[in-house]
Design a protein around this ligand. Structure first.
Ligand SMILES: Cc1cc2nc3c(=O)[nH]c(=O)nc-3n(C[C@H](O)[C@H](O)[C@H](O)COP(=O)(O)O)c2cc1C
Length: 382
């Protein structure tokens, strides 16, 4: 198997198969079937919301690369008159900088430094993208998911339901006739805002926002993912946040950390360490949670498996899809293709190598002759 994997890594770096999950199943007897918001996926790797899902061309490239799902850039909610209470999040900033960041344990990794926030073009343009996303999803070509940032009030202040209603109903309408998957973003940059300084306020949002979105959908079929931020408090508070969310169909855990000194969000090893630590302790404490999706520093197949063993049925990456080309072992293909090649087939760090190793060490067993990715998420022992 190892030799075959080394040969595949070499060969597929020059031409990735159209359906990498099918190749993994046929060649290694590994079933990578994963889930996001109750949708079955061929494998667990998707793209997190951000600058890499702003237009239909990016979706087409990702579909051709065989990505499992894409979350569209976060749009800022507005009411019928175009008023946006979270308008400060719609600032325009195109410059992104790839930087090396050293984590507190000394390891270095890539992080994207960017001062922008949400979708900064007209809502109508976003709705056009949602139309394409609905079509791609219904065709079975690529699950493509809208993402929204809605009004988050001060304590004692009501939610601006008009924004929730207008934005949600327009997205439902643009999506078309099938169940709408939707992510609600509690932004990383929000963690640097004074609004995020109060625990009670955050917990109220988590309790009430899903209900607001559901009533705004007025009975339209909706599956709601809540993307949680890393608040500026301790791990215990992250767990309180997990426990506070009501009525979510999935929790995406957790968005980037906030550097109060430089006033930018960041990722890397500090992010994955914190996220995994919190998810593992939630699992150890026996917390009953909605299905989980991991995000944060997924830079190898091994990290995908770490998130899976902490309970995540799929993962959302951003940074790993924007590395300098020379960082990917594959010599050809789009960045998405090159990233998938490394994530799947790297002979030491890849998903296939990691699952075979878990089998060798007795932590994962064949079922009907196959190793199943989803067994890792379900099994406490793993
Ligand atoms: C440049 C950039 C823009 C992002 N914009 C959004 C966004 O609009 N909405 C959102 O929910 N997450 C956003 N994210 C967070 C990513 O989707 C992802 O969850 C996070 O970066 C952690 O994954 P990573 O370590 O693989 O980058 C953004 C991240 C980056 C780097």
């Amino acid at each position: 198997m190892r030799e075959r994997l080394a040969a595949d890594f070499e060969r597929l770096g020059r031409a990735m198969p159209r359906d990498p999950a099918a190749h993994v199943r046929e060649t290694y007897g590994i079933d990578l079937t994963a889930r996001y918001l109750g949708f079955d996926l061929p494998h667990p790797i998707g793209k997190g919301s951000g600058q890499l899902s702003l237009n239909s061309d990016q979706l087409t490239t990702d579909r051709e690369a065989g990505l499992a799902f894409v979350v569209l850039k976060t749009v800022i909610a507005e009411d019928q008159a175009g008023m946006r209470s979270m308008g400060a999040w719609a600032i325009h900033e195109s410059r992104m900088k790839m930087e090396q960041r050293t984590a507190s344990d000394g390891r270095t990794s890539w992080t994207v430094t960017w001062k922008g926030r949400g979708w900064d073009r007209p809502f109508e343009d976003y709705l056009a993208l949602v139309r394409d996303a609905g079509d791609l999803t219904r065709d079975g070509a690529l699950l493509a998911v809208p993402s929204v940032k809605y009004h988050l009030p001060h304590l004692g202040e009501p939610f601006r339901s008009a924004e929730y209603r207008h934005t949600t109903s327009r997205i439902v309408e643009a999506w078309g006739a099938s169940v709408l998957p939707l992510e609600k973003d509690f932004s990383p940059t929000l963690a640097g805002d004074e609004l995020a300084d109060e625990r009670e306020r955050i917990l109220r949002w988590l309790r009430e926002v899903p209900g607001e979105i559901r009533s705004a959908a007025a009975g339209a079929p909706l599956r709601l993912g809540i993307k949680l931020m890393n608040a500026r408090f301790d791990d215990g508070f992250q767990q309180e946040m997990l426990a506070a969310v009501r009525e979510a169909d999935a929790l995406v855990c957790f968005n980037r950390l906030w550097d109060a000194g430089t006033r930018v969000a960041y990722g890397g090893w500090d992010l994955s360490e914190r996220n995994l630590r919190v998810l593992r302790s939630a699992r150890a404490a026996g917390m009953r949670l909605p299905p989980l999706v991991g995000t944060g520093n997924v830079c190898s197949g091994r990290l995908v498996l770490d998130y899976a063993r902490a309970g995540c049925e799929s993962v959302e990456l951003h940074t790993f899809f924007q590395l300098p080309l020379a960082e990917y072992p594959a010599a050809v293909g789009s960045r998405t293709q090159r990233a998938l090649h490394a994530l799947f087939f790297h002979p030491e760090e890849g998903l296939v190598a990691g699952m075979l190793e878990l089998e060798r060490s007795g932590l994962l067993h064949r079922n009907g002759g196959e190793l199943r990715f989803l067994d890792l998420c379900a099994s406490e022992a793993a």
